[in-house]
Write a protein that binds this ligand. Structure first.
Ligand code: ATP
Ligand code: MG
Length: 454
């Protein structure tokens, strides 16, 4: 397929309606970007982006209830027939990227070709122009040969790659994501330009980088493909130097390779539906780069927690994600043996936190798979999982599960509220973890009395 070829698309009714409405009174409206790429690849797009010759005010005026929030001229049209909003963007031309991050000036453009020229890669720089009449039949607008590149399995920047990456360094990472997602080779000039510009990625805003990394991790393609490509192109050392440092760190595991190979395999083994868990898989062994001594990685999980925390802070990850990844890295080396008492199982749950267990077992399964340990019985994880579930369902595991409160202790012992009461509650919990039958009001008060006087 090439520029100007006819192409019919089976459009959702809402999308056809929006296109028709915009094409009245001399307006032009086209499908653009990812959805055209998906159609050319023979796939059904997840969302439909429309570009138009009308300025944003005129678009918003045609669709009551639409919202227009940003400076880039994108209007979100809420169509009664469509489930999600359809984004309509005014044709634009961009100029001036002084900071390699965002255009300084956005100007509305007058033609779809002008709009396509400011897009990143040829496969993303195609549009579909509906024929006169109703939107169903139409033509491909493909001035940069995106369809031919897709057919040849090539990812190529629009125009001069150095200029494109100079304008916006995020395109370096987007290029890796797209190449990996669609299994494309990088066109040599594009590849060389990415390599040359890789250091520029250091100046990107944390939010944009994090968003791209999470999109890689949430994709159907194995994340190892994108991260290995980032390494080859020099981007990994710029964006995730802690991970790049695992290259060459030896491992003695049934599956060969070094600690970076192992980490990439661990990310692949976790579900795409949980990209943050995949990130924990990617980062779980960061500590191995700094702790190797005499063939052992002493306390690498603690060093790893610190390093993973630094990565998450640098990416400005939300607090909850930072904590989740940090805790997973810290606890991923847990052990188990069938001779553990129930009290040992309770102490394990208490140390790790009941809320972390599902993630932690998933991470460990991925870690085992990435090490070449295939026997699900190894380590007895299934048994530990059952035993933790049983103690969580039935046993007191936290201070709030105790049969007495701090107030009870204050009233019974005549000690003022304060740190002593806190320490007593903690000591009572230790006793109850050991022996849950102690968890009655009378027995705990008696225990507390003897502790307070002892
Ligand atoms: P997806 O299916 O992942 O949403 P997409 O191609 O729609 O893929 P978006 O990030 O939603 O990806 O971008 C929409 C379109 O906007 C792209 O197809 C591309 O044409 C253009 N685009 C997005 N980001 C950039 C950028 N940084 N520089 C140039 N063009 C961009
Ligand atoms: Mg999109």
């Amino acid at each position: 397929m090439r520029d100007g070829d006819s192409l019919s698309i089976d459009l959702p009714g809402a999308v056809a309606d929006v296109l028709d409405t915009l094409r009245r009174d001399g307006g032009e409206a086209v499908l653009v970007g990812g959805c055209v790429r998906d159609v050319v690849r023979g796939e059904v797009p997840a969302d439909w982006d429309i570009a138009t010759s009308w300025p944003p005010e005129a678009v918003a005026g045609r669709f009551p209830g639409s919202t227009w929030e940003n400076a880039f001229g994108t209007v979100t049209v809420i169509h009664p027939g469509g489930e999600a909003g359809i984004e309509v963007t005014t044709y634009r031309v961009e100029a001036g990227y002084r900071d390699r991050r965002r255009p300084d000036i956005v100007r509305w453009g007058s033609s779809v070709r002008e709009d396509l020229a400011r897009r990143d890669f040829t496969i993303n720089a195609m549009a579909w122009l509906p024929d006169d009449g109703s939107a169903a039949a139409g033509r491909l607008v493909d001035p940069f040969g995106g369809a031919a590149d897709l057919e040849a399995g090539l990812l190529r920047a629009v125009g001069n790659p150095d200029e494109r990456f100079n304008e916006d360094a995020l395109r370096l990472v987007r290029g890796v994501r797209l190449a990996s997602r669609f299994d494309l080779r990088l066109d040599p000039p594009t590849e060389e330009s990415i390599r040359r510009h890789a250091p520029d990625a250091a100046g990107l805003s944390a939010e944009r980088v994090r968003d791209e990394l999470l999109r890689i991790l949430a994709g159907a393609a194995p994340p190892s493909r994108a991260f290995a490509l980032m390494e080859q192109l020099g981007l990994l050392a710029v964006l995730l130097p802690e991970l790049a440092a695992l290259r060459g760190v030896p491992q003695s595991k049934p599956l060969g390779g070094d600690a970076l190979d192992h980490s990439l395999r661990a990310a692949d083994a976790l579900p795409a539906t949980d990209p943050v868990l995949r990130l924990a898989g990617l980062l779980h062994d960061l500590g191995k780069a700094t702790t190797l001594a005499n063939g052992h990685f002493l306390q690498h999980e603690e060093a790893g927690e610190r390093l993973a925390g630094e990565v998450m802070l640098r990416l400005r990850a939300p607090r909850a994600e930072l904590t989740r990844v940090g805790r997973l890295v810290l606890h991923h080396m847990f052990t188990y043996s069938p001779d553990w008492t129930d009290a040992a199982v309770r102490r394990f749950v208490r140390r790790v936190g009941a809320d972390l267990l599902p993630d932690l077992f998933a991470l460990r399964a991925a870690d085992d798979l990435a090490s070449g340990v295939h026997d699900p019985a190894v380590g007895g994880w299934g048994e530990l999982r059952r035993r933790t579930a049983a103690v969580i369902a039935g046993d007191p595991l936290e201070a709030k599960h105790l049969a007495v409160t701090g107030d009870d202790l204050v009233a019974e012992l005549g000690i003022g509220p304060g740190p002593v009461i806190g320490r007593l509650l903690a000591a009572l919990l230790e006793e109850v973890l050991e022996d849950p039958t102690l968890n009655s009001r009378d027995r705990l008060l008696a225990l507390a009395r003897s502790m307070a006087s002892g």
